[in-house]
Ligand binder design. Structure first.
Ligand SMILES: Nc1ncnc2c1ncn2[C@@H]1O[C@H](COP(=O)(O)OP(=O)(O)OP(=O)(O)O)[C@@H](O)[C@H]1O
Length: 603
């Protein structure tokens, strides 16, 4: 495993984002520094006031002057603090937005295999709360850490100039604080990472239960889901307490030690003043400066905590951003002038990254050729790898051996965007986006004018037998998806099918897109599909004999290979396994793990 980056390494990653706003951050820093100087100047005014005006015979006008000066310095300090906010808040928010957008873009680019591995809540918390933490640190934590350190530094120098003995006593407190600070850094960073990871897992749990709310309710498992959630929430609470205790202990040390040192300096200071080694004015200035310095010193604990939390947030952000996408376009992509749609699988091997070695390849030497314009049904028992095979065509995953070609060109030699224009997919598990029916259906369509788009929409809806759209409250403008109107499974499937048709691809991949339709509707869809699919190469995963009927030929997937290809009638006549699969399709789906005991009986 890669060692965790150091604080410097983590912060350096922000540089490209911070560079454009660096001038404004610098101005913000200067304002904050000037505000601190104002605060530190007030004790010096007090020194002059005590030494010159508050002594017997001192001038009264000096008191007024000093009071005016203190007021002016106070007003200036407040104005500079407001100015600092003005300078940094806007740019820091832009950095946050920019980083969030690139994060989203990167998520879109990352392969399906990445999304298989990562919980959605983890990605959500990285996109939202981690970047929020980072922005707050940049706009406030970073600047205040620099200002606080400088204020303490300048304050200590002023204290040394005022009286070095008293300053030395005060400074003695810094040694244990620094030692404790190192321990705090390690322990706080660790617990902060744990807390942010656990918050991500908790978000995944919320997301999962919201998505699965129907199943949870139907099976009466809401109580169990709540218990599991409670357990995770409790873990996070415990981590947060450890985090808060760690910060509280550090803050105690940082607050208490300077106070103790100040007490000791007070005793020594009074002794020095009584022996005339230090003036009363200098003593007052020393303690007023110490009071100004003590504030930032106490503030260092929360600021360091904020810095370590921001570091964790940045690390978590870059863990995703630095994940490379192996499925990319080549430098010089191939562009067939007139794509015909001839699809060929040549000795295709595939295994998922988490497939056990002992399990062997899921696809183990697939050989299959689809002629241009042909419709081929893929049939096999449950778990035989049909979905896996069709997902290779739009390169949702890449083959691990062999190759797939379109018109003789390896899919990996196409520009990805071009390939995904040539290939359209409709899955059984349909996803609709929070948008209008029109936007959902025309997602992959390329039309010149609004009239073309309308005509295409009407045709796609008609072929997919999705005329129900016209009776929705706003017709094709009705908002659907998560934030819109809920549709039935069959309605969703018909829209997904219409979406694939409207894309007018050369190769259409249908992963059992008709499973939720009633037999009559399926017949109608098939009839129309047969007409519009003429000329489109179609690979359709069939779970029902009626879907098989749509195809010119059928391919049988068995043990990771295509073991037979022919028409439905031919395969029925000559292939035992095909008869077994077709028989099982008519009945309940057969699980691969259930074995083939019934196969002989059917043969
Ligand atoms: N994302 C994944 N990661 C790891 N293994 C997977 C993944 N998706 C599927 N598998 C495994 O790959 C094998 C083939 O699955 P696939 O979904 O391709 O089968 P199928 O023939 O389409 O099944 P069904 O008819 O039930 O839809 C199964 O053993 C499954 O457990």
């Amino acid at each position: 495993m890669k060692p965790a980056p150091t604080l410097r390494e983590s912060m350096k990653r922000l540089y490209p984002h911070v560079r454009p706003i660096a001038p404004r951050l610098l101005l913000g820093l200067l304002c904050a520094l000037a505000a601190s100087v104002m605060a530190l100047a007030i004790p010096q005014v007090l020194r002059v006031l005590v030494n010159d005006s508050l002594t017997p015979g001192g001038s009264a006008s000096g008191v007024w002057l000093a009071a005016g000066l203190v007021l002016l310095l106070g007003v200036l300090e407040a104005a500079l603090i407001a100015l600092r906010r003005q300078f940094v808040i806007g740019p820091a928010t832009s950095v946050e937005t920019g980083m969030r957008t690139s994060f989203y873009r990167h998520l879109q680019e990352l392969p399906v295999e990445f999304h298989d591995r990562w919980g959605s809540g983890q990605l959500l918390s990285r996109a939202m709360s981690d970047l929020n933490l980072m922005r707050r640190w940049m706009a406030f934590g970073l600047i205040m850490l620099v200002v606080t350190s400088l204020t303490v530094g300048i304050g200590v120098v002023v204290m040394f100039l005022t009286n070095w003995i008293l300053a030395l006593i005060f400074l003695a407190a810094a040694v244990p604080i620094m030692i404790y600070g190192f321990r705090f850094r390690t322990s706080y960073s660790r617990v902060s990472r744990r807390s942010q990871d656990q918050a991500g897992d908790l978000a995944t749990a919320v997301e999962e239960s919201v998505h699965g709310i129907r199943v949870l309710k139907a099976f009466g498992r809401s109580g169990e889901a709540l218990d599991a959630f409670n357990e995770q929430a409790e873990q996070l609470r415990r981590t947060e307490i450890v985090k808060a205790k760690s910060l509280a202990n550090f803050s105690l040390v940082v607050t208490l030690l300077p106070e103790l040192a100040l007490g000791a300096s007070l005793v020594v200071g009074v002794l020095l003043a009584s022996s005339g080694q230090v003036s009363i004015g200098a003593l007052v200035a020393f303690f007023a400066t110490a009071a100004v310095v003590a504030g930032p010193v106490e503030f260092i604990g929360p600021l360091l905590a904020m810095t370590f939390t921001a570091k964790t947030a940045i690390d978590r952000h870059y863990e995703v951003m630095e994940t490379r996408n192996p499925i990319t376009s080549p430098a010089a992509p191939a562009r067939p002038s007139e794509p015909r749609g001839e699809l060929a699988f040549e000795d295709v091997h595939f295994r998922y990254p988490d497939t056990q070695d002992a399990a062997g390849d899921i696809l183990n030497g697939v050989e299959l050729r689809l002629r241009a314009g042909e419709t081929l049904a893929l049939v096999g028992v449950t778990g035989s790898g049909k979905t896996t095979l069709v997902q290779l065509v739009p390169r949702l995953y890449d083959v691990t051996g062999g190759r797939i070609t379109l018109d003789g060109i390896d899919l990996r030699d196409f520009d990805l965007a071009d390939l995904r224009t040539l290939v359209a997919v409709a899955f059984e598990d349909t996803t609709l986006f929070s948008s209008s029916v029109r936007d959902n259906v025309l997602m992959g369509a390329r039309t010149e004018s609004d009239a073309d788009a309308e005509a295409l929409l009407a045709e796609a809806l008609e072929v997919a037998q999705a005329q129900f759209v016209y009776s929705l409250p706003l017709g094709a403008d009705t908002l659907i998806g998560e934030e819109g109107l809920s549709l039935s499974g069959g309605q969703r499937q018909r829209l997904a099918l219409a979406r694939a048709i409207a894309a007018q691809p050369r190769v259409l991949v249908l992963d059992d897109p008709l499973s939720a339709l009633d037999v009559r509707t399926e017949e109608l869809v098939e009839e129309r599909l047969r007409e519009v699919l003429r000329g489109t190469t179609t690979l359709v995963v069939a779970h029902r004999p009626s879907t098989v009927a749509l195809a010119d030929r059928v391919a049988l997937l068995q043990d990771g290979r295509i073991t037979d290809v022919g028409t439905h009638i031919e395969l029925l006549a000559r292939n035992d396994h095909y008869r077994y699969v077709i028989a099982s399709l008519t009945e309940e789906p057969v699980d691969l793990d259930s074995g083939y005991d019934d196969e002989e009986a059917l043969a």
